[in-house]
Design a protein around this ligand. Structure first.
Ligand code: CA
Length: 283
């Protein structure tokens, strides 16, 4: 039995942000052959479920901060400590950037965030007229159509309710600001940052990454790490590529992931997950 961890965006999902039907079918066939398959994503668990609902497989969500078994029962969570999360939110409000707070039942984002992104995009496009504004906005809008997304006016009040914060996501078109925010969080002992896409950083507990989550789930299921397979495309997949037995880079993966891989499959739009699973598992 293998444990196969499949990333979503840029991996199982095509560029329309929907799962590849061929990929879903290959996952079903792998499960029918008694392999364990888990989705391993930066997305929230309810969002991942809304995309792949009837699969009934374990889910590693929020980059590893929440891990569920195939019945949807929470196995492990590693949220950001409440005081650290509150400080982080205060800092991000001062930085005047768009951000999201990933909690167990929803993704909260200050209601004026979309305006901030629009304003940054105006600056970017006026300095770089060759940039396609519509294309840029289309990529940003993926954020607002996440399942469970809710606008809020008072993010600090939300934290006072004591909700676990699995992840903070920052989206900015201002590269200097993104660098500064990344440095700010990476200098802290209790959190670190990762990234799944351009213009985005994700802030998570230092206890959290996809590699640690994969190691935990493998232990829970009694699977040796040498029998784990990971499929991914971006920087937040590096930690799981460092621990897995077999590492499959998508054809569209960043170079760092391709360098760490044992195999490069087709791109997400060419159903690379299905292609890799059929090769590796002889489906
Ligand atoms: Ca990805």
């Amino acid at each position: 039995m293998k444990l196969i961890a499949v990333d979503l965006d840029g991996t199982l999902l095509t560029s329309d942000s929907l799962p590849s039907p061929e990929g879903l079918e290959a996952i079903r066939e792998a499960v029918a052959k008694h392999h364990a398959v888990t989705l391993c994503t930066g997305r929230a668990s309810f969002d991942a479920n809304s995309l792949t609902g009837d699969l009934s497989i374990p889910i590693i969500a929020s980059n590893g901060a929440e891990i569920y078994d195939r019945h949807g029962r929470l196995l492990r969570e590693t949220p950001i400590a409440p005081d650290v999360a509150a400080d982080a939110v205060r800092y991000l409000m001062k930085q005047q950037v768009y951000f999201e707070i990933f909690c167990p039942e929803a993704i909260y984002s200050p209601s004026d965030g979309e305006q901030k992104l629009q304003a940054e995009m105006d600056v970017l496009v006026s300095a770089n007229p060759e940039v396609d504004r519509d294309q840029l906005w289309k990529s940003a809008q993926i954020q607002f159509i996440q399942f469970g997304f809710r606008g809020i006016d008072q993010p600090l009040q939300l934290l006072e309710r004591g909700l676990p914060v699995y992840k903070l996501l920052v989206y900015t078109f201002d590269d200097d600001k993104l660098d500064e925010i990344t440095r700010h969080f990476n200098a802290q002992a209790q959190v670190h940052t990762t990234s799944s896409s351009n213009h985005i950083i994700e802030v998570i507990s230092t206890e959290t990454d996809k590699g640690k989550a994969l190691r935990f789930l493998a232990g829970h299921l009694g699977v040796d790490l040498s029998d784990t397979v990971v499929i991914g495309d971006s920087f937040n997949d590096i930690s799981m590529f460092e621990v897995a037995g077999t590492k499959v880079a998508m054809g569209n993966a960043v170079d760092e992931i391709k360098r760490l891989s044992s195999m490069v499959t087709k791109s997400n739009n060419e159903h690379g997950v299905a292609y890799a699973l059929r090769q590796l598992l002889k489906l």
